[in-house]
Ligand binder design. Structure first.
Ligand code: ADP
Ligand code: MG
Length: 419
């Protein structure tokens, strides 16, 4: 952690941007309760960003979502100082951006962060490879090296073989891949993405979102992503800030925004969102009670199950690492056959998820089998359990007004096996 930035990669404090005849004078005397329209009508000034404070953590994808004109582009451009803020501070890696000299600023823009734009911003007379190498050229990277890096980056974005093509020969989706490759080629720590997928057809757009998610986990960059599309925000963002008239009106995770909208404006936005896309295993899972240590004999485990009325137990090692699941039917049969080694009877093949798996993706697991889903962490330690009943109750409870539950799942409710 660097001093003065609370461990944040990017920190904005009380940031303002006003476009108009006399922003500095206006800001000193401004009545904060006046709306953007009132201020414009009375003074001719446009409040594009109004008193925004936020903190973007290292490695997260932070999404700013808002309708057109809400101030998203102005905010992101303040962060790399393509736009000079009227007031407030921006600190990146502990360094205040406004204090940078022109030379430092150039260095900062080249090395620290790169930007991907909605309309690609490519150089039409250059081929694909030279577009991607452009940022490296500006940095003075020697030709051979920059071509090598550009080749590698094109491979990363799925454009291998297109190096010598003209930009005009590429579809929109491919052009945006070039835009992304150009931004990535300079190996920035921070990616600023201003509606990068908004100009693409829905199908290509979804594909780009999926690839972005894959790439993001491989690259480990801090990303500030802007969109006017709520579904895109929910899909991509670790955290989301909702902007309206230059202000951030809610900041939180997808779940926060969908389950706990702060006002009618946000509530209206999220009304049609399928809750099962946003709710995660974490929200509905229960603390596992049906757990026995790996050292138990089959007889001991069987006794434990009958005493507590469990249809199944998870079998875990010393550090709570999951070894397998023992089903009551299997245990009874094995006991009859005189087997006493639990390892011979436990099942190793059962549904498993992580805490951040969307409920939407749990439903097929639960429907396909009577065995409950084990929720485990990266080291495969048992964190929670989700049975069909728990899942259904979770969905029902969390979406009273919801449209999240598919009729097929509800029908399955009468056929509950284990749990
Ligand atoms: N250069 C400018 N001069 C005057 N007004 C501007 C300028 N750039 C943006 N604005 C105004 O600032 C507000 C926010 O714009 P913008 O940041 O582009 O929003 P978004 O990216 O969310 O669509 C809008 O009202 C817009 O008209
Ligand atoms: Mg914009």
């Amino acid at each position: 952690m660097k001093p003065g930035n609370n461990g944040a990669k990017i920190l904005c404090q009380n940031l303002w941007k006003i476009f108009g005849p006399n922003p500095q004078k206006l800001i000193a005397s401004l009545d904060h309760n006046k709306s953007k329209e009132e201020v414009l009508a009375e003074t001719g000034n446009v409040i594009a960003v109004k008193d925004v404070s936020l903190e973007i953590r290292e490695g997260e994808t932070f999404v700013i979502m808002g309708l057109s004109g809400s101030g998203k582009s102005t905010l992101i451009r303040c962060i790399n100082r393509l736009v000079e803020p009227t007031a407030g501070t921006i600190i990146v890696d502990g360094k205040e951006i406004s204090s940078l000299s022109q030379a430092e600023l150039r260095e900062f823009r080249r090395k620290k962060m790169s930007m991907v734009f909605q309309h690609f911003g490519l150089l039409p007379h250059r081929n694909v490879l030279d577009n991607v190498a452009f940022g490296l050229e500006v940095q003075g990277v020697p030709k051979v090296r920059r071509r090598e890096l550009a080749f590698q980056t094109l491979q990363l974005v799925g454009l291998k073989g297109w190096e010598n093509s003209k930009i005009s020969e590429l579809s929109g989706g491919m052009q945006q891949r070039v835009g992304l490759a150009r931004a990535l080629a300079v190996e920035p720590e921070i990616l600023l993405m201003d509606e990068p997928f908004s100009a693409l057809d829905p199908l290509i757009r979804r594909q780009m979102q999926d690839e972005f998610l894959n790439m993001r986990s491989a690259l480990n960059k801090t990303v500030l992503f802007i969109t006017h599309d709520l579904n895109e925000a929910l899909k991509l963002g670790d955290r989301i800030a909702i902007m309206k008239d230059g202000e951030i009106i809610q900041l939180g995770t997808s779940e926060d925004i969908v389950l706990r909208p702060v006002d009618n404006y946000v509530a209206e936005f999220v009304r049609d969102v399928s809750k099962s896309k946003v709710l995660t295993a974490q929200t509905v899972m229960e603390k596992p009670k049906a757990v026995v240590p790996g050292g138990f004999s089959l007889g001991q485990a069987h006794h434990f199950m009958t005493r507590h009325g469990f249809d199944f137990v998870f079998v875990v090692g010393d550090d709570r690492r999951l070894k397998g699941i023992l089903l009551l039917n299997d245990a009874e049969e094995a006991v009859k056959r005189g087997i006493n080694n639990i390892d011979e009877v436990i099942r190793l093949d059962f549904p498993e998820s992580t805490a951040d798996t969307a409920i939407e993706d749990l439903i097929p697991l639960i429907v396909a089998t009577d065995i409950p889903v084990a929720v485990t962490d990266a080291r495969r330690r048992l964190r929670g359990v989700i049975t069909r009943t728990v899942l259904l109750e979770g969905i029902l409870e969390k979406s009273e007004n919801g449209n999240a539950i598919s009729p097929a799942v509800l029908r399955g409710r009468n056929r509950i096996g284990v749990g």
